[in-house]
Design a protein around this ligand. Sequence first.
Ligand code: ADP
Length: 487
Amino acid sequence: MKVLLVSSEVAPFAKTGGLADVAGALPLALRKLGLDVRVVMPGYHSNQYGGQKPETVLPQILVQLGRNHFWGDVSRATLPGSDVPVYFINNPEFYDRAGLYQENGRDYPDNPRRFAFFCKAVAWMIKGLGWTPDVIHCNDWQTALLPVMLKTDAEMKDDAELRSIGSLYTIHNMAYQGNFWAGIIDDLGLDRALFRTSALEYYGAVNTMKGGLLFSDQLSTVSPTYAREIQMPAYGCGLDGVLRDRAEDLTGILNGIDYEAWNPEADAHLAASFSWSDLAGKAVCKEALQAELGLESREDVPLLVMISRLDPQKGLDILLPQLPEILKLDVQLAVLGTGRADYESMLAEAAKAHRGQMAAVMKFDNGLAHRMEAGGDIFLMPSRFEPCGLNQLYSLRYGTLPLVRRTGGLADSVEPLAPDASWGTGFVFEDYTEAAMMKALRQALALYGRPDAWRRTQVRAMKMDFSWDKSARLYIDLYEECGRTDL
Ligand code: ADP
């Protein structure tokens, strides 16, 4: 089977979020299972090619968008440590910029054109290479117009090769939909007839994600629970009706994690290594973390950790009001995150007022994230919604028991602790309320007071399998269902 993964970011070349991790890791797992998988992304100015020098494979590609023509070219490297080809669609005018999508917090105004160019160039690249995938796997709004173009563009829809391609569209977060003013229909050279409620029109605007949802042969998102949730108004961000209409074609597949980067038995960021069969190193990591963050050196106190974008999605509006109550308990708290200024200052003030008990580090620090996963006891992730979530998966692997709300990927990866503690891997609450969260915290602290039961739970958590191999097999099943259906 031949699959082309189409993504606006791919680790380690360019990354702003979890999408890049998926786009960098899933193809490796698919390749190991024998697929002819290739990846395509824009050639950004900031791409990290690691010692590779991409070779030009198509020196000229001409893309027409409405009345304008744009030239680009295609170069090729491989995903590090593999023979998986990664194609870069190059166009300096569009991609030689400081950011991927924005600069100084403001989206680039020509984003629709930048990514429509990308989508169309991908189709012409397929023709130019003479390599026709069975399935294109598109991700998020930046690539959503490709399935639309394949089925509606005058030149593409009757092309014998392009016609044979099936499509999968994966939603990584419903909150980012790529909504633009109606005029881009002409600018992008899309068929004007697409400006209707049953296509791209969305309350007077053009919604590119909606196009992906309606024109792709199959849809997926990054956890089974999120796949159900987004069909409800509370989680669907206005597109729940569209998703209900396509419920039969919507699948949820949990993301895997990078087991090489996140392995407590061989993690260069840690003071000591450990595993489920020998947890001694975890105590060393805790002591080292306490020293690094200026927390009191105490082995017996439960250390709560949180690593997060500081965004309302992540549950900060139920956590922050409870900080005074939490800090009255015999616990330590460490938070690593960046985001909303008011959240940052509340956390920094609380840490200042509770020196030795609480630390707040407001920056992006991957090494510290690893040390916190290793040195913590309880991982806090009380998200309002969570398409998949990675940190709870890392924390399970590092024996740092997660406290989570039962939503999205959190519901699918953390098993609630049984009342007698005989099974379960974490502390799960249902209602998005301070009281429900605090009840789960009390449950966590009660278990912490029973070292044997705590340890058994840690071992269960650390033995769970969230490898990409497992998820990649599910994607292959889905690709097999992606045969092109015409409109
Ligand atoms: P989301 O993609 O919604 O931000 P995830 O849990 O899926 O949440 O992934 C977040 C990723 O970013 C994880 O790998 C996490 O460790 C990392 N991360 C988030 N904030 C920080 C930070 N301040 N420092 C280091 N790593 C961070």
